[in-house]
Ligand binder design. Structure first.
Ligand SMILES: N[C@@H](Cc1ccc(O)cc1)C(=O)O
Length: 643
């Protein structure tokens, strides 16, 4: 038997066609499976190989840009592991595989994750076989990169819930990337390959013996000890567990696993340079150890001009023009899950981008061609108040992550709610009829809300500007409580802070005697000045409609319904019945608390070791109860108990 045709000069897979029996042979762990091959399939392989050659020629003769040039021009490349020349060569030469991993440390991806995933998306739509990897196993160890303290241990059920959510999200995202690219003129080709994997799949089977013999044996601890994350932990942080110390090798093993199927490249966030570098060494070591693989690999690569070394690159950290970490809006993480952040809110988040940032975000976070971005910026410059570029960015991004119907709906709602000619009549119409007037929107396009926040009027939009609340939660209730129930604040205390800071507005007008009166024509907002103010009823439009705004952008049109009706509809919201804070709110809070402590770490190095010493001694005296007590206190303060 000999191999006459290999798909894998381009793909480098262990799949080939047997010259004797003319069948597909797939080799898995030394075992061969044979399948019939159709002429049609052969033809497709030939076409794909020819197209690749043509593209390669075009790049080599300078008539087309290489993928690396394209990524760089959009600002998607930060540091390269390996040399730029070698990386460019590899990418021009063959359809190498590429992967990017994400650890499910929360229930949802957030905006910051999107930068490396966009780089992966670009590679996918240029024909490189792409793996979206979920670090189900690695998350249980916790990447110690740039952290002075180990991540808080999560329960097994929380970990698996997070992994399930995020896996599903990655599947949806990879499909959306394809759909979105289609609209941008990148039509799916037969040779495009994408996969979503969970590293649990192989870690379940790896034995300690395998790991130590095939990888551990070759890795020197000198360079590993020299990494900043390790040094900082040893000197000023909490010390480091053996598992965390091994994290880069474990990530490296993932790469080795994928490398055997042709994944030569890894992409990561800005902080992943060290892990990718260590991973490249690990792959080389494991390859040296596996003589059989090496021989087969070399045979497969005959005629390929480029290096077979594992390579990679990192993308830049997403920041605002003023240098802040992007992805936290008014203290909240910008989640991509519609159950945690509605399309409307996500749209709004991007609508708030500054003029100095918007172009950069379009390059990093959309598939808009460069010419379209420039054209949009020119239009934007002619009247910045229209926020043309921000609207464009928002609608492109929402389309990418939530799909086109959701983006269209969010845009429509925004344009309406923020138009200067908005009238009470408009709001009444909007809250009475289903908010999705767009015929393209089907319930399947927008997945239903499972979360406990205020529910929308219709089933086919998750969170939106129109909500209903039961009368008992509004009537004679403090405004802070209404804000919380309406989803405008993550807790009652946060709501109270907003009111104290004069960040809450209510649709109405101030009458002759300085009293509030409801509006009836154009919508006007008055700031709530009195922190204890609770006189909401006189401001209800027609006795049933309340319009609230927090800050400049967040609005809710609230229709008040009898409690029985609210209950009959199966609706729920914070404060309703036994509901306390929703899981989503609790998550936002936990994340904020985490972020806050992370931010302070830099300044508090000395304090941390002091704290550790104190904690140790408390533990010795049975201080666990205290720790738990403090946590519970954080979740629900005394003033937040049910009234
Ligand atoms: N360590 C990566 C996630 C990751 C996990 C496993 C991998 O193989 C690759 C990447 C991060 O924290 O962002």
């Amino acid at each position: 038997m000999s191999t006459t045709y290999r798909l894998s000069k381009a793909f480098r897979r262990k799949t080939f066609i047997c010259s004797d029996c003319r069948k597909w042979v797939t080799e898995v762990a030394g075992k061969q499976q044979r399948r019939d091959i159709t002429q049609n399939h052969l033809r497709k392989i030939n076409i794909a190989a020819r197209e690749w050659e043509e593209r390669k020629d075009a790049v080599e003769t300078g008539s087309a840009k290489s993928i690396l040039d394209r990524l760089e021009e959009r600002g998607l490349v930060n540091q390269i592991v390996g040399t730029r020349e070698a990386l460019n060569r590899v990418l021009v030469e063959s359809r190498v595989g590429v992967y990017c991993g994400v650890d499910p440390t929360a229930a949802s991806l957030h905006v910051g994750h999107m930068v490396p995933l966009m780089a992966l998306g670009w590679m996918y739509i240029h024909g490189y076989s792409s793996t979206f990897l979920l670090g189900g196993f690695t998350a249980s160890i916790g990447d110690p990169t740039d952290r002075l303290q180990a991540r808080a241990e999560k329960s097994k059920s929380e970990r698996s819930q997070n992994a399930l959510n995020m896996f599903e999200q990655l599947v949806r995202l990879s499909t959306n990337i394809e759909k979105y690219a289609e609209r941008k003129g990148y039509h799916r080709e037969w040779a495009w390959r994408r996969a979503v994997k969970n590293n649990q799949e192989w870690w379940r089977k790896v034995t300690v013996g395998d790991y130590l013999k095939r990888l551990g044996k070759y890795m020197r601890i000198g360079p590993m000890l020299g990494r900043d994350s390790v040094k900082n932990r040893m000197q000023t942080g909490d010390g480091m567990s053996y598992a965390e110390f091994s994290y880069p090798l474990i990530q490296g093993w993932d790469w080795w696993h994928l490398y055997q199927g042709g994944t030569q490249l890894q992409i990561g966030g800005a902080d992943q340079y060290g892990n990718i570098l260590a991973g490249a060494d690990a792959v080389k070591a494991a390859m040296q150890d596996d003589k059989a693989f090496q021989q087969k690999h070399e045979a497969d690569r005959k005629g390929v001009d480029a290096s077979a070394d594992p390579m990679g690159f990192t993308v830049p950290l997403l920041t605002t023009a003023s240098g802040e970490k992007f992805g936290k809006s008014a203290g909240n993480a910008v989640w991509l899950d519609q159950q945690l952040m509605s399309s409307f809110d996500l749209y709004q988040f991007f609508l708030r981008s500054s003029d100095a940032d918007v172009e950069k975000y379009m390059k990093l976070l959309t598939f808009m061609p460069m010419e379209e971005i420039q054209q949009t910026m020119r239009e934007h410059a002619s009247d910045e108040s229209q926020r043309v570029a921000q609207h464009k960015l928002a609608s492109e991004f929402v389309e990418l992550v939530h799909g086109r119907p959701a983006a269209q709906q969010a845009e429509q709602q925004h344009r309406q709610a923020f138009s200067s000619t908005l009238t009470v009549q408009d709001i009444k119409a909007q809250t009475r009829t289903p908010s999705s007037t767009n015929p393209d929107i089907r319930p399947d396009d927008i997945h239903p809300s499972l979360n406990k926040r205020a529910q929308p009027l219709t089933q086919d939009a998750s969170y939106d500007i129109n909500i209903q609340l039961p009368k008992s939660l509004v009537w004679q209730q403090p405004l802070s409580r209404i804000l919380w129930s309406a989803g405008l604040a993550a807790s009652r205390s946060e709501a109270q802070r907003l009111i104290n800071n004069k960040g809450v507005y209510i649709a109405g007008q101030v009458g002759k005697d300085n009293e509030y009166v409801p509006i009836d024509g154009h919508v006007n907002y008055v700031p709530v000045k009195d922190p204890k103010w609770s006189a909401t009823e006189p401001l209800l439009i027609d006795g049933e409609l309340l319009v609230l705004r927090t800050g400049k952008w967040k609005k809710k049109f609230i229709r008040i319904v009898p409690d029985e009706e609210y209950e009959a509809k199966g609706l729920t919201c914070p404060g309703w019945k036994e509901e306390t804070e929703s899981p989503a709110d609790a998550m936002v809070k936990a994340d904020l608390a985490g972020e806050e402590s992370y931010r302070q770490e830099g300044q508090e190095k000395a304090k941390i070791s002091e704290q550790r010493r104190r904690q140790n001694s408390t533990k010795r005296f049975g201080g666990f109860g205290q720790v738990t007590g403090a946590r519970m206190g954080h979740r629900r303060g005394p003033q937040e108990r049910a009234v």
